[in-house]
Design a protein around this ligand. Sequence first.
Ligand SMILES: [Zn+2]
Length: 121
Amino acid sequence: MTTNIEHFKAKLEEEQARLEQELSRVARKNPTNPSEWIPMPNEHEGSQADENVVADAIEEYEDNAAIASALEKRLNDVRSGLDKMKHNVFGICQICKKEIEQDRLEANPAARTCKEHINSL
Ligand SMILES: [Zn+2]
């Protein structure tokens, strides 16, 4: 059984582009470290700095930070999947070094382990 690399590569590249687009809405790239994203607060209408507005802004910032962190984590997984393709180790479980099940890769092309070792990393 051979893993269809091109098929999964297309899926990963598509997801990478989507994740970067989503990240750019809630974060900006760190100018000194382009692989790091800095969450940004949303711009609020008006300039009334009463407590509620400040509280809302802080809450929004935390939301953006949480979203950015989840997106960044996923983006790293996707990048790592693409990187594995370059090194011909794509679709190999990081724990037992066996091939990852095709249906698991289909559901998540960035998977790092087979089903048996899904909680082992
Ligand atoms: Zn395994």
